[in-house]
Design a protein around this ligand. Structure first.
Ligand SMILES: Cc1cc2nc3c(=O)[nH]c(=O)nc-3n(C[C@H](O)[C@H](O)[C@H](O)COP(=O)(O)OP(=O)(O)OC[C@H]3O[C@@H](n4cnc5c(N)ncnc54)[C@H](O)[C@@H]3O)c2cc1C
Length: 329
C-alpha cells in the first residue's frame, strides 16, 4: 500500500481544472497501488469548493490556512509542506503543473532529499522500490520514461492529461490545520499581485479556446474577429507567439511551449500555421478546428476539422450562423 499526498493552493470557487486534475492523478495512482490519497490545501478554502472537492475520493482534506500562505511565495509553500510532513508518511507527493509548482516543488524535493519528476503525463509504476513516470520531452516529440528510486518521490502532473475522478457519495473529512510557526522567508515577501481582468473564462480553464495567429493580421483586423467568435462561443481568446511578439495581444494569451498548455473541448485556430512549439500547447484538445488559407499548413495534421479558406471571409459567416442558431433557440 502506498499513500499519496496532493498539494493544492487556496481552494476557490469555481474549482480549478488543475485542482481536479491533481485529484484525477492521485485517484489513478492509488487505484494502481491500493493505497489512499490525502489532499493538502495551502491557504484558505472556500466552503463550497471544499464541499465539491470532498466528494472526489480523498481519505482526508487538510486545509492549512496561515498568514504566511495568504499570498504565494515558494519559500513559505515549501516550508509549510515540509512542516506538515513531520510525523506523516507518504510514498508520493504530487501536484498539478502550474507556474507555482514549477517553482516550489523542486525546492520541496531538495528539502526532503527526494527525487522529482516534473510535468508527467502518466504514472507507470509505484511500488516500494521505484516510481516510474512518462514525460513528454523535445516539445512533445518524444516520450521519456523516468524512474525515481527511494522511499519517497515527488511529481507534478500535466493538467490536460487528467480528468476529475468520479464523484463519490461519501464525503472526505476536512481537517483545519494550525501552526504558530512562521513559514515566510525573512528576506522575501509578496508585495502585491496584479491580475488581468477579463469577462472571458481563463485560458487554461476554458472549454472553448479561439486562438488568433499571425494570419489575423493585427489588432485592427482579425484579432477583434477572433475575439468576437470566442465571445459568441463563451470561450477564451488565445494567441500564438507571433501575435504576442508583435504586441497584438498580451503575453498571458500565448498558447504553446513557452506559453500556456490548454486542452479544451473545442480549440479553433485562426490563421495559425501550427509550428511545433504551438502544437505543444494545444494538441491534446478534444476537438481541433483549423482555418488557414494554406492547404499545407502543419496545423491541419492535428486538426479534426480543417477549412482551407480566408478567415476574413469565413469567420464572419460562422459568427452569423452561430448567432442565428442562438436566436432560433
Ligand atoms: C524556443 C521557441 C519557443 C516558442 N514558443 C512558442 C509558443 O509557446 N507558442 C507559439 O505559438 N509559438 C512559439 N514559438 C514560435 C513558433 O515557432 C512559430 O513562429 C509561431 O507559432 C508562428 O505563429 P503563427 O502560426 O501565428 O504565424 P505563422 O507561422 O506566420 O502562420 C500564419 C498562418 O496564417 C495563415 N494565414 C495568413 N493569412 C490568412 C488568412 N487570411 N486566412 C487564413 N489563414 C491565413 C498562413 O497560411 C500561415 O499558415 C516558439 C519558437 C521558439 C524558437
Amino acid at each position: 500500500m502506498s499513500d499519496v499526498l496532493i498539494i493544492l493552493g487556496p481552494a476557490s470557487q469555481p474549482v480549478k481544472k488543475t485542482d481536479l486534475a491533481a485529484f484525477g492523478f492521485a485517484s489513478a495512482a492509488v487505484e494502481r497501488t491500493g493505497g489512499a490519497f490525502d489532499a493538502l490545501f495551502l491557504g484558505p478554502a472556500s466552503p463550497a469548493a471544499a464541499r465539491e472537492l470532498s466528494r472526489l475520493g480523498a481519505r482526508k482534506l487538510f486545509v492549512f490556512d496561515h498568514p504566511d500562505l495568504a499570498s504565494y511565495t515558494a519559500e513559505a509553500y515549501a516550508a509549510a509542506v515540509a512542516g506538515f510532513l513531520a510525523g506523516r508518511s507518504y510514498r508520493l507527493i504530487a501536484a498539478a503543473t502550474t507556474s507555482s509548482t514549477r517553482e516550489y516543488f523542486p525546492r520541496l524535493a531538495a528539502r526532503l532529499s527526494a527525487p522529482m519528476a516534473s510535468d508527467v503525463l502518466a504514472l507507470d509504476r509505484l511500488d516500494a522500490a521505484k516510481a516510474a513516470f512518462t514525460r513528454a520531452v523535445f516539445v512533445g516529440n518524444l516520450l521519456a520514461s523516468v524512474e525515481l528510486e527511494g522511499p519517497l518521490a515527488l511529481a507534478t502532473c500535466r493538467a490536460s492529461e487528467f480528468d476529475a475522478p468520479p464523484e463519490q457519495s461519501a464525503e472526505s473529512p476536512i481537517e483545519a490545520l494550525r501552526a504558530d510557526k512562521r513559514f515566510a522567508h525573512a528576506r522575501k515577501r509578496s508585495v502585491s499581485l496584479s491580475q488581468a481582468r477579463s469577462e472571458r473564462p481563463e485560458l487554461i480553464e476554458a472549454e472553448v479556446v479561439v486562438t488568433a495567429g499571425r494570419g489575423t493580421r493585427g489588432p485592427n483586423e482579425g484579432i477583434p474577429l477572433a475575439a468576437r467568435l470566442a465571445d459568441v462561443l463563451g470561450g477564451a481568446l488565445g494567441a500564438t507567439r507571433a501575435v504576442v511578439d508583435a504586441g497584438w495581444l498580451p503575453n498571458e494569451y500565448q498558447v504553446g511551449q513557452t506559453g500556456k498548455i490548454v486542452a479544451p473541448k473545442l480549440y479553433i485556430a485562426l490563421g495559425v500555421s501550427g509550428a511545433i512549439q504551438h502544437l505543444a500547447g494545444m494538441r491534446n484538445s478534444k476537438h481541433i478546428v483549423a482555418i488557414n488559407k494554406d492547404p499545407d499548413a502543419p496545423i491541419f495534421e492535428v486538426a479534426d476539422v480543417g477549412l482551407v479558406a480566408d478567415l476574413f471571409q469565413v469567420v464572419p459567416e460562422f459568427i452569423e450562423a452561430l448567432q442565428t442558431l442562438e436566436e432560433a433557440r
